[in-house]
Design a protein around this ligand. Structure first.
Ligand SMILES: Nc1ncnc2c1ncn2[C@@H]1O[C@H](COP(=O)(O)OP(=O)(O)OP(=O)(O)O)[C@@H](O)[C@H]1O
Length: 365
């Protein structure tokens, strides 16, 4: 791991002028990273691990690479970081072609899954590690400033093993951000933390990156994590980016059944589309975008209304109480639909019901 530790040049620390206190920005102002048609095939005769992956990343923007195990997320990240050589394609940072530069010449920061802290160094010395170009007092001051930023100023003398997983994560981030890289790559950075710590730490990490003005690419297979922290998500399947957009755009308008089921839950129906309408077994429904002919449709569980009706054509076959809402499995003929209903009166398992779709449905590719 040590040889992979980045040594980007020292840059001044800046807060983006157009950032709100939490760092949320409507649109990236300027393209920082440009990835064009990246390809990587490890084994001849087998499918490429990464195929024609292209995207742009704005200054200070946070992008999640999201997809199931083996879809090519880490390979994409490693090519951007310089740890893997692409067979084809181009990577540019701030307009400079970095496709074939070694990792240490790219000016990119990394936070690894296991944090890669030096066990024999104190927390403070770990943070100072990348600051060797500064004078000693400057490096000391900068490291202390970074520890304060991540809320660990009191723990500088400890060794990494004397910290919790979440604290180690913050030290790793402080060490990376100390050199103010314009771009930080994070590979499953929260996977070693328990569920509660993961939720807390990911919001802290987002805030810290935004405060530092660093853009980030986060690799994750956790859709909730991607939606919670990323400005945009690139959904990958079998080596390709199949959709890229804000969490809201992708959730509301998934392009395929794979995306619809990977980002949230979805019911997939068949229908016959004609422009902005589609005929389905639930009647004629409005479409979110125009389509024609036989289509598959995505209907989110919260887009379906459930009414208790003794003469209803469907029945509740399962129920999960979740406090703020309830999840129902409803059988209608051959089909089992997933429905999320607000925290109203509960409907019992076995009760007869009627389903109504009360929103636009999404035609899938
Ligand atoms: N060094 C390698 N040599 C051969 N095959 C590799 C190598 N690294 C990755 N692969 C293969 O490339 C494909 C993509 O792997 P990659 O690690 O990029 O996926 P991933 O989406 O990050 O998966 P995970 O979430 O499990 O880490 C997989 O089929 C994997 O087995």
């Amino acid at each position: 791991m040590n040889d992979m530790t980045p040594r980007p040049k020292i840059l001044s620390f800046k807060m983006p002028a157009d950032a709100s206190p939490l760092g949320f920005r409507a649109k990236p102002t300027k393209i920082l990273l440009s990835v064009e048609k990246l390809r990587k095939q490890f084994t001849k005769g087998e499918a490429a691990a990464v195929e024609r992956v292209s995207f742009d990343l704005g200054e200070g923007e946070m992008l999640a690479l999201l997809g199931p195990s083996g879809c090519g997320k880490t390979t994409t990240l490693r090519m951007i970081g310089g740890f893997e050589t692409p067979d084809d394609g181009r990577i540019a940072l701030n307009g400079r072609d970095i496709t074939h530069l070694p990792p240490e010449a790219r000016g990119i920061g990394f936070v690894f899954q296991d944090y890669a802290l030096f066990p024999h160094l104190s927390v403070l010395d770990n943070v100072k590690f990348g600051l060797r170009k500064l004078s000693r007092p400057q490096a000391e001051a900068r490291a202390r400033e970074m520890l304060a930023l991540v809320g660990l100023e009191a723990l500088g003398a400890r060794k990494p093993h004397e910290l919790s997983g979440g604290q180690q994560q913050r030290v790793a981030l402080a060490r990376t951000l100390a050199v103010a890289p314009p771009l930080v790559l994070l590979d499953e950075p929260f996977s070693n933390l328990d569920a509660a710590m993961r939720v807390e730490t990911r919001q802290e990490v987002r805030k810290l990156l935004k405060a530092a003005g660093s853009a980030a690419i986060l690799v994750t297979h956790d859709q909730e994590e991607a939606m919670a922290v990323a400005d945009r998500i690139a959904v990958m399947e079998k080596g390709r980016v199949i959709q890229i957009g804000t969490p809201d755009e992708i959730y509301r308008n998934p392009v395929s059944a794979f995306v619809a089921s990977f980002l949230g839950r979805s019911n997939i129906l068949a229908g016959t589309a004609s422009g902005m309408e589609v005929k389905t077994e639930f009647g004629t429904l409005p479409l979110s975008r125009a389509a024609n002919g036989a289509v598959s449709l995505s209907v989110r569980p919260e887009q379906i209304m459930l009414e208790a009706d003794p003469d209803g054509p469907a029945s509740v076959v399962g129920r999960e109480f979740r406090g703020h809402d309830q999840l129902y499995w409803v059988q209608e003929g051959e089909r089992c639909m997933l429905v999320i209903s607000g925290a109203g009166a509960m409907i019992d398992v076995g009760a007869r019901v009627r389903l109504r779709i009360c929103d636009c449905v999404v035609p899938l590719a």
